[in-house]
Design a protein around this ligand. Structure first.
Ligand code: ADP
Ligand code: ZN
Length: 519
């Protein structure tokens, strides 16, 4: 299948004249029978990557989708485009399902949307085996990862597709870029030599600003007042806080509205609609405000309280500046907020769950404490490795001083190597500073050559250095393995002294580098 034929079909079925970044390659790969993992931000155009092949393949494409409402929307819109599609889920009667199977047998359906619970049932898979299935597409594939927020048990059973249909390509699609999730998807689906498309998650027009929260309500009020007609969203972590803050802002004359899941659905609808139509300037909300906001000119997103993960932070700020014009993500940081949320997470009744969530929150804490370009921190966290500083974040715009840290970094990285990458940040600092602990003795690490090579510096010095090495992509914390530090490819050239490395001098007073919010 050449590009011209693909373009023809793109035009014919979807009315578009060009492919977006990556779509053409993904489609070519899957048409050649290769498994694909597609990571694209929301709105990037994932659906087309399997819908177009579905129209070209001589048979049926099965789409796994987690939500009944999403299935219905997609099927309706395909039908309107003249592509025959149907869905099977718990809302249908047995007769309706039988009818769909008859249409499938008669070759009258190109795309079939199925919930994972249904698809993984033995009788259903057997039913499919007599049909000409040509492709499986797994939408929202991050639901497979038990470490994620949207975990769905049935997704973990999708590995069976490779047993029932060993020669049929599978395409997994998600907007979650988290590295652990990515590995989980590949492992659990049993992909062999997959084609991986990783879209850039960068949103260069969004300025990252972190500022110390010293009088939160007033800071927000003055920020909003300086931006008279601009639309914005303010995120809080509780309904209570949403109510309190929106009341304060409304009393101070701000055209704002509250939004959280505890409100009546029709009132929420009115708020969302008012915001979309620019009748409401600012929405004060919990995370419940997000899905389905189709508004391009949101000029700022403020975090009044910290999100729990970098994924959710990034998703929330991603609602700003979708028109490509300058926008700002302002994060009001407060040590006490951080401590409170950490405590709340650790109280989760499932201990293993709490551990994983805590590790994710640690990455959020590291982001707040970062002394390196904020955008680099986030992109490297998503393993979109970049050495370029962005010039559009509070650190780049007001940089801390730097020093040649090549030797210091070598100490850290070689220490990670000596302990065979089997320790987290805390443990590494213990080794660097030459401190004996029962765990150190159990591992025999008091005998490695790097034990105590950093004893002249304080623990907070080493934390600051190690954090930067993580943020710059020289080290990664393996969330699935107790946050053990792993050397990345980039670490080699530092270890071999092929690269001179500049780092920010660790600052003594953390608060001093948080600029005020008036930027
Ligand atoms: P995702 O699933 O990645 O969130 P969608 O598949 O819903 O994104 O696509 C987002 C929007 O982009 C849709 O309106 C879709 O029609 C449009 N779109 C997708 N591919 C193209 C293209 N090649 N040219 C123009 N618009 C496209
Ligand atoms: Zn930057």
């Amino acid at each position: 299948m050449n590009e011209a034929q693909l373009l023809d079909s793109l035009k014919h079925h979807f009315g578009y004249t060009t492919f977006r970044n990556g779509q053409a390659d993904i489609i070519k790969q899957v048409m050649s029978g290769r498994d694909c993992l597609v990571l694209m931000p929301t709105g990037g155009g994932k659906s087309l990557c399997y819908q177009l092949p579905a129209t070209l393949l001589d048979g049926i494409t099965i789409v796994v989708s987690p939500l009944i409402s999403l299935m219905k929307d997609q099927v309706d819109s395909l039908t309107r485009q003249g592509i025959s599609a149907a869905y099977v889920n718990s809302s249908l009667s047995t007769e309706q399902v039988n009818d769909i199977f008859q249409r499938l047998n008669a070759g009258k359906i190109k795309l079939l949307y199925v919930a994972p619970e249904r698809l993984t049932q033995h009788y259903f898979l057997q039913g499919l085996q007599s049909l000409p299935i040509k492709l499986f597409a797994i939408d929202e594939a991050h639901c497979i990862s038990q470490w994620g927020h949207d975990f769905r048990r049935a997704y973990t059973q999708l590995g069976c597709l490779k047993q029932y249909f060993p020669h049929i390509p599978v395409m997994a699609l998600t907007a979650t870029a988290d590295v652990t999730t990515r590995k989980d998807i590949l492992n659990q689906l049993g992909f062999i030599d997959p084609y991986v498309h990783l879209d850039s998650f960068d949103r260069p027009n969004i300025r990252f600003t972190l500022a110390e929260k010293y009088n939160g309500q007033k800071q927000i009020l003055s920020y909003i007042k300086q931006r008279k007609d601009d639309s914005g969203i303010v995120y809080c972590s509780s309904r209570w806080q949403v109510e309190k803050l929106s009341e304060f802002l409304a009393k101070s004359g701000v055209n704002c509205a509250a939004y959280h899941a505890g409100m009546e659905a029709d009132i929420r609808g009115v708020v969302q609609d008012g915001f979309t139509k620019d009748n409401v300037q600012v929405v004060i909300a919990t995370v419940a405000f997000g899905l389905g906001i189709n508004k391009l000119n949101v000029r700022y997103v403020i975090h009044f309280e910290p999100p729990r993960t970098i994924e959710s932070y990034y998703q929330e700020i991603g609602r700003a500046g979708r028109d490509g014009l300058p926008a700002e993500a302002l994060f009001l940081c407060d040590e006490q907020d951080m401590a409170r949320i950490k405590k709340r997470i650790s109280e989760h009744e499932n201990e293993q769950r709490a551990q994983v969530e805590l590790q994710r929150f640690q990455a959020m804490t590291d982001f707040v404490d970062a002394q390196t370009c904020r955008r680099q921190v986030v992109l490297n966290y998503f393993a979109e490795f970049t050495k370029q500083r962005c010039g559009n974040c509070d650190i780049c715009l007001d940089p801390p001083t730097e020093f040649d840290a090549t030797e210091v970094a070598q100490k850290v990285l070689s220490c990670v190597f000596r302990i065979e990458q089997k320790g987290d940040v805390q443990y590494l600092v213990t080794i660097l500073r030459g401190q004996i602990s029962p765990l150190v003795q159990k591992n025999g690490h008091e005998n490695v050559s790097t034990f105590g090579i950093g004893k002249e510096k304080t623990p907070s010095y080493w934390f600051a250095i190690i954090r930067q090495l993580i943020h710059l992509g020289y080290l990664q914390q393996d969330i699935a393995q107790q946050s053990h530090l792993k050397l990345t490819e980039a670490a080699r050239s530092v270890l071999k002294a092929e690269e001179r490395l500049m780092l920010a001098s660790p600052r003594l007073q953390k608060a001093s580098y948080w600029r005020q919010s008036s930027a």
